[in-house]
Design a protein around this ligand. Structure first.
Ligand code: XBP
Ligand code: MG
Length: 235
């Protein structure tokens, strides 16, 4: 019989509604590099199907412009975008989504292990946690699995497998919180039961297989998540 021992959080769209800051800082960087690219909201929603910022740039150049962009140039673009993004985070432009702070604090106080499994980079995650929950919150997370750990991005389950490995907790004793179909597929692919908090960027995503779909974590509680997890285990 398994019990809920760990919560694994996605970052973009789950901890914070961060995709618009990613989008805006991509556009600022394109202008800085002399590219006449502009990713408006509709286009960006479509591009989000490709996870990972560098992979998204490559996909856009190839599929929308027929331009096979050099990977070093993609990496340089992405590095500048990441600096701009973290400046925005440090400036307080990204609050945590409703219910996240309460859930993180409650779970940590209850001895539930916390982890992150994300397609974005470790510096982006630490910048967000420092800017919102404070530097001391980094120590509350027993494991971080980020873009640096997984060459294959979500929906590939690698990033979740790395997080589980670092946590040392079996997948069945964990619960993932995700906002997208790609994230859900990745978590389920690693055997982690998953709840969804919807994001405006993932409207229309297929959430089949999720234990529950919430608007935000403010609609639920740690006890309710424990109950959901126990029910799924018993089913
Ligand atoms: C989010 C992503 C990321 C962000 C941008 O996926 O796909 O690529 O859009 O971040 P998830 P980077 O929510 O599953 O983490 O530019 O740092 O990749
Ligand atoms: Mg996400």
């Amino acid at each position: 019989m398994s019990e809920l021992r760990a919560l694994l959080f996605d970052v973009d769209g789950t901890l914070a509604e961060s995709e618009d800051l990613h989008r805006v800082t991509f556009n600022e960087t394109f202008a800085d590099f002399g590219l006449d690219w502009h990713w408006d909201r509709d286009l960006y929603r479509d591009l989000l199907r490709v996870t990972g910022g560098k992979e998204r740039i490559r996909h856009f150049a190839e599929d929308h412009l027929g331009d096979r962009m050099d990977w070093d140039r993609i990496a340089a673009l992405h590095a500048e975008k990441s600096v701009r993004y973290r400046q925005g985070v440090a400036d307080g432009r990204l609050p945590l989504r409703p219910g996240i702070e309460t859930m993180v604090r409650t779970a940590h106080d209850a001895g539930i292990a916390l982890a992150v499994a994300t397609t974005t980079s470790l510096p982006n995650v630490t910048a967000l946690l420092e800017a919102t929950l404070g530097a001391e919150s980094l120590a509350w997370f027993a494991a971080m699995a980020t873009s640096e750990d997984a060459a294959d991005k979500k929906p590939d389950p690698t990033v979740y497998r790395v997080a589980l490995d670092r946590l040392g907790v079996p997948a069945a004793d964990c619960l993932a919180v995700e906002d997208s179909a790609n994230g859900l597929r990745a978590a389920l692919g690693a055997g982690v039961p998953t709840v969804i908090t919807r994001s405006p960027w993932s409207v229309g995503d297929d959430y089949a297989g999720a234990l529950a779909v919430f608007e935000t974590l403010a609609e639920t509680s740690l006890d309710a998540l424990r109950a959901l997890h126990a029910e799924a285990e018993a089913a």
